[in-house]
Design a protein around this ligand. Structure first.
Ligand code: NAD
Length: 321
């Protein structure tokens, strides 16, 4: 029988599908320091971002046939070593794109109407200084008609573009590899209405100079930040910056400087340089709308991830139970 350890948990639908196919799925978490002893009995390990699959651990598990990441980022898995050992590493890159795109817009809506500050001030002064707060937050903006810079026009970037187009925004993507993409706008329960728009990508600098909102959807695994002082200086004064990609893709010191000088109007940040202990100056800044790395954390995304993973594991083993 194929034994699977889902060490950071996995959606119940995934477990059910695998159980129905006769696989054993253990979801009780084994602490990292006990994995050397316990993981060798498993054929498959499923992790999210918490469990680390290191070179030493892979070397200690000769039975291991497959490593799965329930989600996108593979930073916690030594992929090169797994490859060397002939162990495939699977993830579920498409399952959470819609959820991440919606979160990026959540931050944009917050910033456009100062909701991140209003939500902090209303509980404190809402019944003593209502009129003052009303005045303080009455110069918000609409998103319709604004230019949306989408850095990275892959799966998530294209979902963001779909929402932006539907809202009447001028969508300007930039991508290293992609020149254009057809974006299909789907209306709820109206399969008879079909609207497809071809969206071209633009030069990096053109996007930085023209966008009112800039949202990042590129992979980033350390090194030089994509957005730092020079890039911020090129942007429109008052630009709104959103990072739901990876911490460090925007230089946090440069971001704080830009926010304090007014060059940046506000930022929506889901991912941080020092997770899980982000800089306090970022957490307390009134121009930052915050979330604790929850881009893919919706019920729908987790279910999609689970189903996609179960399908891929079943296809991998075929009839070989
Ligand atoms: P993807 O691979 O489909 O798209 C990324 C695109 O970025 C590619 O088209 C690539 O050509 C482009 N790109 C790479 N480097 C670039 C650069 N320097 N300039 C311009 N374009 C560049 O990836 P995706 O599924 O859209 O995911 C994007 C990122 O979102 C992931 O790498 C991950 O870090 C992040 N993510 C975050 C969460 C979250 O919880 N906040 C969840 C899922 C994914």
């Amino acid at each position: 029988m194929i034994k699977i350890l889902a060490n950071d948990g996995v959606h119940a639908d995934c477990k059910t599908l695998l159980n129905e196919a006769g696989y054993q799925v253990d979801t009780e978490k084994i602490p990292q320091d006990q994995l050397m002893e316990k993981l060798p009995e498993y054929d498959v390990v499923i992790v999210r971002s918490a469990t680390k699959i290191t070179k030493a651990l892979i070397d200690n598990c000769p039975k291991l046939k497959l490593i799965c990441r329930a989600g996108v980022g593979l930073d916690n898995i030594d992929i090169d070593h797994a490859k060397e050992k002939g162990i495939p590493v699977m993830n579920t890159p498409a399952a959470s794109s819609q959820s991440v795109a919606e979160l990026a817009f959540g931050h944009m809506f917050n910033l456009a109407r100062f909701l991140q500050v209003a939500n902090r001030q209303m509980p404190v002064e809402g019944n003593t200084a209502f009129k003052g707060l009303k005045k303080q937050f009455s110069s918000g903006i609409q998103l319709r008609g604004k230019t949306l810079g989408v850095i990275g026009f892959g799966r998530i970037g294209q979902e963001v573009a779909r929402i932006g187009l539907a809202m009447g925004m001028n969508v300007m993507p930039v991508d290293l590899m992609i020149d254009k993409a057809d974006i299909h706008l789907n209306l709820y329960n109206r399969n008879d209405v079909r609207l497809s728009v071809t969206v071209d990508t633009h030069e990096w600098e053109e996007v930085l100079r023209n966008a009112d909102f800039i949202t990042l959807h590129v992979p980033f695994s350390g090194g030089k930040p994509l957005i730092s002082t020079d890039e911020i200086a090129m942007m429109k004064p008052g630009v709104f910056l959103i990072n739901t990609a990876r911490g460090g893709a925007i230089d946090e010191e440069a971001l704080l400087e830009g926010l304090n000088s007014g060059q940046i109007g506000g930022a929506g940040i889901d991912v941080f340089e020092n997770e899980p202990t982000p800089k306090i100056e970022i957490l307390k800044h009134s121009k930052i709308s915050l979330s604790p790395h929850i881009g893919a954390s919706t019920l729908e995304a987790q279910s999609n991830i689970g189903l996609e993973l179960a399908d891929r594991i079943l296809a991998f083993f075929g009839d070989d139970k």
